[in-house]
Design a protein around this ligand. Structure first.
Ligand SMILES: Cc1ncc(C[n+]2csc(CCOP(=O)(O)OP(=O)(O)O)c2C)c(N)n1
Ligand SMILES: [Mg+2]
Length: 370
């Protein structure tokens, strides 16, 4: 399974060496400018800094839970940078880089995982970055339904590539086993929706290895649904950018959906509640740590002549971002307890009113001192 050919353009030392599978995408990858690559590097370094800051906040009791994106930055940044402003993005729950690139304030993610928000931000104000979905695979159905709407609205294949819209949905290797994901794929293929399914195969679904989820490479499943499937080196930001860009262009111009399997690795635990040493081998982790996506792009840029002071500047700005997130997290206040009943239903609901009254009576029973 690991031998199935993957699209890769940067080898593990950062040299531009497209694999045979990369041939259709090599020109696209080669046309990425140094300025764009520096943008990609900045995105990845900032995401890593944010991730570390948030993980520390969780350990210090300021967040209820943290889900790390460490190791998956290239897959996320490359694919997100290939989207256009008019596109709509449906994440799972660790696509922090994607959200930030689409314009989401990272504090919105912190608020969600601190438990002081209802898990929502306004996608219209956040680059059409929809809400995190913790119910595995459910976002694929939302995305396919949305993509059908885009199609029925005539917002795709308009003849004007600047206006054409597409949808991208992120899911994990484990989420491919969900019924929802398979139904979404059937409907996407059937309706030829303008949509990309982007699987981050980070090799684990909590403690279940990907080999147990599928007997064939996940990209290979696409042909059974009736759409192209491409396996990429998910730690190669240029491969992620070129392949996602090509598939999104096809979707926007009316050629229908496609599926990408990005091979990457979850360096941390599944979440801050997980201890991966209980189920995976240290050697596997060490092997993947050497394939760090940030290091690879940095080496590539060094060969292109980018000086150390540029990297230092990027690191310093990322540290500022992390410090700012930390400061703003510590300033967050608790929402009124009663607000948990808001937004459960769109309109007032008798059951919610009853539960609110019960809670108020209960709290009053402490003598009004809470
Ligand atoms: C429908 C559903 N079943 C089970 C869970 C519990 N659960 C949360 S994350 C997870 C593993 C997901 O693995 P994967 O899709 O590979 O994503 P990753 O966390 O590796 O990014 C499971 C089983 C859930 N959230 N939703
Ligand atoms: Mg996984």
């Amino acid at each position: 399974m690991a031998d199935s050919p993957a699209v890769s353009v940067l080898d593990e030392h950062g040299a531009f060496r497209p694999t045979a599978a990369a041939e259709p995408y090599a020109d696209r990858a080669a046309s990425v400018t140094t300025e764009q690559k520096l943008r990609f590097l900045t995105d990845m370094v900032e995401t890593r800094a944010f991730d570390v800051a948030a993980a520390n906040l969780q350990r210090q009791g300021h967040l209820a839970l943290w889900v790390s994106s460490w190791g998956q930055e290239a897959a996320q940044v490359g694919s997100a940078r290939a989207t256009r402003p008019q596109d709509t993005v449906f994440p799972a729950y660790r696509e922090h880089a994607v959200g930030m690139i689409r314009g989401l304030d990272p504090l919105a993610i912190v608020r969600l995982l601190r438990g002081v928000a209802h898990g929502t931000w306004d996608p219209a104000e956040s680059g059409n970055f929809q809400h995190y979905c913790l119910v595995l695979g459910s976002q694929t159905l939302h995305a396919t339904g949305f993509a059908m709407g885009v199609q029925f609205d005539g917002a795709t294949a308009t003849g004007d590539p600047e206006r054409d819209e597409a949808v991208i949905v992120y899911l994990g290797d484990g989420a491919t086993s969900q019924g929802d994901s398979n139904e979404a794929l059937v409907f996407a293929a059937s309706y030829r929706t303008p949509q990309v399914f982007f699987i981050q195969n980070n090799h684990w679904a909590i403690s279940v290895p990907v080999e147990r989820q599928s007997r064939v490479p996940l990209a290979q499943r696409a042909s059974g649904f009736g759409m192209p499937g491409v396996r990429i080196d998910g730690n190669d930001v240029l491969a992620a950018y070129a392949v996602t860009g090509s598939m999104l262009d096809a979707a926007r111009s009316g050629e229908g959906p496609g599926l990408i399997e990005a091979l990457t690795y979850r360096i941390g635990g599944h979440s801050s509640s997980d201890d991966p040493t209980k189920y995976r081998a240290e050697e596997e982790l060490q092997r993947w740590a050497l394939l760090d996506p940030i290091l690879r792009l940095r080496r590539h840029l060094e060969v292109e002549g980018v000086g150390a002071e540029v990297f230092d500047g990027i690191d310093a700005r990322a540290a500022d971002l992390a410090a700012d997130v930390r400061r703003r997290t510590l300033e967050l206040t608790e929402p009124p307890v009663a607000s948990m009943f808001e937004h459960v239903y769109a309109e007032p609901h008798p059951l919610m009113d009853e539960q609110l009254r019960w809670l108020q009576d209960y709290e009053a029973s402490f003598g009004g001192d809470r």
